[in-house]
Design a protein around this ligand. Structure first.
Ligand code: CA
Length: 307
């Protein structure tokens, strides 16, 4: 059986790196490449860390491309600087040279080229804003038919957003960060007929990164991947941290862990609610992860990272 083709587009946050690590452990998947969108990161260390992670995973054959899109509402500096920390972790810096190639073309150009070249439809695994996908669609609208589905960590359907009113002036707290960074880009993708599977805050709010889980990673730190993941989570444990991108990515391997719901939803692009994924009759049809078997999910992650 031929493997499922996946192109990943992440935005350089701590859980983006761990989602990348998880994707690399999936036997049934053939990753076409990793695009880094400059959102929840500083792009230079984020690209560097991504390439070092692929080296660590023994997947230096997978190209990395840097997207040059820009958002409307930047992520807080406090979040973005984690990309520098991860790029400097000792476990990523044992080697003298990075083997994984960084492409000269932009992330959006690479997305177009790799989709057009694929011999069958490709799943886009997007764990940051949809801006690079929107830019690729603008360059070559014909890529739409080569995209089997977009699995997107983003949106907040029937819960509050995570763009805090106290951090960001002038908005009402209904938006999720990946949508808020560029509501116009998200709406561009919304206008296509590509199947979208959302991993919204509605479900991620129920799956926290707990101390118990991080301690379990410590117990198996003889495995480099567990050691790396434990270091990453230790960095963010003082915040309220959830399995956002990792939860979304695990869906590719074990959709049977999840219950999905169908919704009609629109992206609010301007005003105080910009970036809100608003459930409303007549909105774009999407499917969203609604519930997950947490026991199975946590056990799966620990198993995959025992390497
Ligand atoms: Ca992310």
């Amino acid at each position: 059986m031929s493997k499922q083709l996946v192109l990943m587009d992440h935005d350089g946050g701590v859980d983006d790196y761990l989602a990348t690590v998880l994707l690399m452990t999936m036997e049934h998947i053939q990753p076409l490449g990793i695009v880094v969108t400059p959102a929840d990161c500083y792009i230079q260390p984020a690209v560097s860390a991504t390439r070092k992670i692929l080296d660590l995973m023994g997947r230096s054959d997978i190209p990395v491309a840097q997207s040059t899109v820009r958002g409307i509402n930047p992520f807080p500096t406090l979040y973005r600087r984690d990309s520098f920390v991860v790029d400097h972790l000792p476990i990523l810096n044992e080697r003298e040279m990075i083997q994984t190639p960084l492409l000269e073309e932009t992330g959006q150009e690479f997305m177009v080229r790799s989709l057009l070249a694929a011999d069958r439809p490709v799943t886009l695994m997007v764990t940051g804003p949809l801006t690079t996908v929107a830019a690729a669609l603008d360059i070559a609208p014909e890529i739409e038919r080569k995209i089997e589905q977009i699995v997107w960590m983003g949106g907040a359907l029937n819960v509050a957003g995570n763009v805090e009113k106290s951090l960001e002036a002038g908005q009402d707290g209904s938006a999720e960060w990946n949508a808020y960074w560029d509501p116009i880009g998200a709406n561009r993708v919304w206008q296509t007929s590509i199947p979208i599977v959302l991993c919204p805050l509605d479900i991620t709010n129920t799956v926290p990164v707990t101390s118990e889980f991080v301690y379990k990673l410590g117990k198996q730190r003889q495995y480099p991947v567990s050691d790396f993941a434990g270091q990453c989570y230790a960095l963010v444990i003082p915040q309220d941290y959830y399995f956002w991108d990792v939860l979304a990515t695990a869906y590719l391997a074990h959709p049977e862990f999840y219950e999905l719901c169908q919704w009609e939803a629109a992206i609010v692009t301007i005003g105080k609610s910009q970036g809100r994924t608003k459930v409303e009759t007549g909105g774009r049809k999407i499917r969203a992860m609604d519930k997950v078997d947490k026991e199975q999910y946590y056990a799966y992650i620990l198993k995959q990272w025992a390497r």
